[in-house]
Design a protein around this ligand. Structure first.
Ligand code: AHG
Ligand code: MN
Ligand code: MN
Length: 344
């Protein structure tokens, strides 16, 4: 067998998976392909960012005299367009749009799925050439006909059909789950194809990384402060002190921790009791991936996947990573910060 034969592309992989379900009609396969296509276009633009000077803010002009777009606006448009044309999705909730985008054309309103997306995560890192990402989750619509409705998107994570992210880093990867494990694909930029590079991703057995913005320390609940203290104690048997790593792009922090073994925490603070990250299109999709990789995701008290969203842009504290690490934080929260339990 030549090495050529061993390459499995994302398209081959999802079609193969689909064939395990004789009743499947390929809609989810096409939807995932639509997302992958938009991701490649966004990836090209991100890679060109330094060259063509499109880092300006929305409204300013580039050298060609065309209106410049911030990359997160550009990414948003690409994903919306791909999903609209693809016809499998009847509505989108995006970080960039206050309301849902309901597709009201003949093809798309027949779509069985809705998508929640953060088109560009970590966007404040772009100008420093630091990894950024896209996070998405896919739900089956609840309504029967017409364009998608708000209620189609306000579903708890347990209803998710698929979730994933794209990381635009030293290489570009697409990582996703449909509830049968997590698989990662690396983009071969010379041919524009995502190739299976990380089959069946699982958190490693040993983990010693913690990721949290410690600059906010004084605003953290006591349980989180105590956990940070635990991370910093010396105990070689438990690999402590842990290593601190924080990029400031959730996707990149999550991805590194999944591969190397670590916990990511964005807690509630005295200023923002529900933290910063958005439940629907940031916390829930990574929670699905973490669970599928043998890990856990919690708001300190509740399983992220079971939180019922009431509004589109609702926030939730996020504690995510290997099971034992997350459970330790939950124990600290119960003991030291019971008052911080979110009112779900
Ligand atoms: P976005 O760029 O989509 O607004 O998300 C940024 C988020 C997330 O990626 C990251 O984990 C977090 O903001 C970092 O926040 P702090 O700067 O408060 O640490
Ligand atoms: Mn984000
Ligand atoms: Mn964003």
């Amino acid at each position: 067998m030549t090495s050529q034969n061993r390459i499995k592309t994302l398209t081959q992989f999802i079609i193969e998976r689909q064939s395990q379900y004789p009743q499947a009609k390929g809609a989810l396969t096409r939807l995932l392909n639509d997302i992958a296509t938009a991701a490649k276009i966004v990836n090209r633009e991100i890679n060109a960012a330094g060259l063509v000077d499109i880092l300006g803010y929305e409204g300013s002009d580039n050298v060609q005299g065309e209106a410049q777009k911030k990359l997160d606006v550009y990414a948003n448009e690409q994903f919306i367009q791909a999903l609209k044309v693809g016809g499998e999705c009847c509505a989108i909730a995006s970080e960039e749009n206050e309301k849902i985008i309901s597709f009201q054309n003949e093809i798309s309103e027949m779509g069985k799925y809705v998508v929640a997306i953060d088109p560009l995560d970590g966007s404040s890192n772009i100008e420093a050439n630091v990894s950024i990402g896209t996070v998405f989750s896919i739900y089956r619509r609840k309504s029967d006909i017409g364009g998608g409705k708000l209620d189609d998107l306000l579903q708890p994570g347990v209803n998710m059909v698929a979730a994933g992210y794209i990381i635009y880093g030293s290489s570009t990867m697409l990582v996703y789950t449909t509830g049968k494990g997590v698989n990662g694909f690396t983009l071969d930029p010379s041919v524009g194809i995502f190739c299976l590079s990380h089959p069946d991703m699982k958190y490693p057995e040993t983990s010693n990384i913690y990721s949290i913005n410690e600059g906010n320390y004084i605003f953290f609940p006591e349980g989180v402060k105590q956990y940070i203290k635990y991370c910093q104690e010396s105990d070689p048997k438990t690999l402590r002190p842990y290593t601190s790593r924080y990029i400031g792009s959730m996707v990149a922090d999550f991805h590194r921790n999944l591969i190397k073994g670590g916990i990511f925490i964005y807690p509630g603070t005295t200023q923002q009791p529900n933290g910063k990250l958005r439940l629907l299109y940031e916390c829930s999709p990574v929670a699905f991936l973490a669970e599928q990789a043998g890990g856990k995701a919690s708001d300190g008290f509740n399983r992220i996947m079971e939180i019922e969203p009431r509004t589109l842009h609702q926030r939730a504290p996020l504690i995510i990573g290997p099971k034992a690490m997350v459970e330790r934080v939950e124990a600290y929260m119960r003991e030291h910060s019971p008052e911080a339990a979110p009112k779900v």
